[in-house]
Design a protein around this ligand. Structure first.
Ligand code: AP5
Ligand code: MG
Length: 186
């Protein structure tokens, strides 16, 4: 899993890390944006939340991720989740369902100060990157992330990584930080 406040670099680093490790990359935000674009049932449900920078309800997200991870390709290659879990409730439900599968190695936590995250997002210009929605996304994250991190920390999964600096530097830090977790697995 890869965590971090909006704009921390989850997508940028997640795509790269998944390629490096041969994992399937899942961004829950990207899945929701595709569903909204295609106007599916999921898209119609998610749209008002995503546009406002609110979280889509936990039950919807937990089911969505469970389904996404059930494909043969994912079972074969493994996965990297970007943007999930976002709440302690999502993490609890997810970990309970995956218990004993040995399928979760680490939760990479990219730490970037909020003012820098905000700058990056306002320079990008996705539909939900207006100043008001960015501020709301950051505020929602600030509320949820404490309990979420505490839970993952308690389970020994949290791998903190400094998100400042350029993309290559952050990627190198992620690989170094993951090293002990990867050897523990093999
Ligand atoms: P989501 O798509 O996950 O958005 P987010 O968390 O707000 O994060 P972003 O995707 O904006 O940022 P990022 O951390 O991926 O950074 P990025 O690499 O793009 O979620 C969107 C919405 O979907 C939510 O608000 C919610 O409504 C819903 N949702 C999704 N998951 C959910 C869940 N589990 N539960 C409930 N609701 C959910 O980088 C940002 C910018 O910075 C880019 O322009 C990038 O090029 C640039 N950049 C990256 N790294 C660097 C660097 N090192 N230096 C300079 N610039 C950089
Ligand atoms: Mg992203």
């Amino acid at each position: 899993m890869i965590l971090g406040r909006p704009g921390a670099g989850k997508g940028t680093q997640g795509v790269r890390l998944a390629r490096h490790l041969g994992l399937v990359h899942f961004s829950t935000g990207a899945i929701l944006r595709r569903a909204i674009g295609a106007d599916t049932d999921l898209g119609r449900l998610a749209r008002p939340f995503v546009e406002a920078g609110e979280l889509v309800p936990d039950e919807v997200m937990v089911d969505l991720v469970e389904h996404a991870l059930a494909t043969p390709e994912v079972v074969e290659s493994g996965y990297l989740l970007d943007g999930f879990p976002r709440t302690a409730e999502q993490a609890t439900a997810f970990l309970a369902r995956r218990a004993g599968t040995g399928s979760l190695d680490a939760a990479i936590d990219i730490d970037l100060p909020a003012d820098e995250a905000r700058r990056r997002l306002l320079g990008r210009g996705r539909n939900d990157d207006t100043p008001e929605v960015v501020d709301h996304r950051l505020a929602v994250d600030a509320e949820e992330s404490g309990p979420l991190r505490a839970l993952l920390q308690r389970d020994g999964l949290l791998v903190p990584v400094d998100g400042r600096g350029d993309e290559d530097d952050v990627f190198a830090r992620i690989l170094t930080a993951l090293d002990p977790h990867r050897s523990r697995r093999s």
